[in-house]
Design a protein around this ligand. Structure first.
Ligand code: CA
Length: 224
């Protein structure tokens, strides 16, 4: 497992690198965005730890460039202030996870480990709930015949909700199944993603499919 760390604060970069190496990862470091983009496009990495605030090309720009070129390497964004707008912008740009600074090294390592643990098997079926369909081979979703564009993480979330259709999905269970977390990151990651999924799946339709069970989690089903 090889990780690229993009962080201009040399001390932080060095701590992160040592922590990942101690866990058996190979770790490379870049100190600016242009270097990072060049490295990430020329070398296959299993994950990127990407700081947003960088000299020159910032982390979000690096991420957008990678995704625009269909590079799907999992990305953990580091955001300086843990600002909600920045997080949403990062998720929009195709980040898989974010960690506000300051962070604990053990938490960063746990998240990188989760990102590099991929779901291997794809069961070849067409899932259907009302007029929403999910092709788990082609990774395509449609509602009422119209294709829904999903990021890789949104796809995993929707697949999990559809495989559990009609059943309550608690936040912890979603974190475990969709993010491979076995700990509570203490953020509103799940809620942010559900909100984004709702906008894509339910907006403009009278029959809502994604329902909130207050304080517990979510359920995908035809009736409320
Ligand atoms: Ca920085």
């Amino acid at each position: 497992m090889r990780v690229l760390i993009v962080e201009d604060e040399k001390k932080t970069a060095s701590f992160v690198r040592k922590a990942l190496q101690a866990e058996g990862f190979a770790a490379d470091v870049c100190h600016n965005g242009d270097e990072a983009l060049a490295a990430a496009t020329s070398t296959p990495f299993d994950a990127l730890v990407l700081d947003i605030m960088l000299p020159g090309r910032d982390g979000l720009s690096v991420l957008r460039q990678l995704r625009a070129h269909r590079n799907t390497t999992p990305v953990l964004l580091l955001s300086a202030r843990g600002e909600v707008n920045e997080r949403v912008e990062g998720l929009d740009a195709g980040a898989d996870d974010y960690l506000p600074k300051p962070f604990e090294l053990v938490e960063l390592v746990a998240r990188v480990r989760a990102l590099t643990r991929r779901v291997g098997e794809n069961k070849s079926t067409l899932l259907r709930v009302a007029d929403l369909t999910l092709d788990t081979v082609g990774h395509r979703a449609h509602r009422a015949g119209r294709e829904i564009e999903l990021t890789a993480r949104e796809y995993r979330l929707l697949e999990y909700l559809m495989r559990s259709a009609g059943r309550l999905c608690g936040r912890m269970m979603i974190l475990e199944k969709v993010w491979d977390y076995d700990f509570d990151p203490g953020t509103n990651l799940v809620d942010v993603y559900i909100r984004r999924l709702r906008e894509k799946v339910d907006a403009g339709f009278d029959a809502k499919l994604v329902h909130t069970v207050r304080g517990v989690g979510y359920v995908l089903r035809e009736a409320p």
